[in-house]
Design a protein around this ligand. Structure first.
Ligand code: ZN
Length: 133
């Protein structure tokens, strides 16, 4: 089962919590046990899992990546978004999560984030739900 989650970012750099939207798809699918693969089909965005309880964590990650990979560093790529390409590679384009009892098997404090590095834009995340055989 392949689904897509539409994401609208509002800032150039932003982590957006998509956990409840993934779990909505799990509920609709009726799958109670299996694997959920999330894939970001964009070259300037990514997917990660990290703390969802304190919103300072997501802004810290976003700000630290901006410091680590400055937008005005010396890049050859002429689109002006090389920092976003590098951040996308650092974060990665996918996550594979376990489905148990119809929910994502996440730690108490974990959330799933879509990571925008070249927003604001309309984006999508591919969600493949694979039930146990
Ligand atoms: Zn580019």
């Amino acid at each position: 089962m392949l689904h897509y989650i539409q994401v609208s970012s509002r800032s150039r750099n932003e982590l957006i919590d998509i956990t409840s939207r993934v779990e909505d798809l799990l509920r609709i699918s009726g799958v109670s046990s299996g694997i959920c693969h999330l894939y970001c089909p964009h070259t300037t965005a990514g997917i990660t899992v990290n703390e969802g309880a304190d919103p300072d964590v997501r802004s810290d990650i976003s700000r630290f990546l901006e410091t680590l990979v400055p937008v005005d560093a010396s890049f050859a790529h002429r689109e002006g978004n090389s920092d976003a390409h590098v951040k996308s590679t650092l974060v990665g384009a996918s996550e594979t999560l376990i489905i148990e009892n119809g929910r994502l098997l996440l730690g108490t404090w974990q959330a799933v984030y879509f990571c925008e590095f070249d927003g604001p834009r309309s984006r999508k995340v591919a969600v493949k739900i694979i039930p146990d055989s």
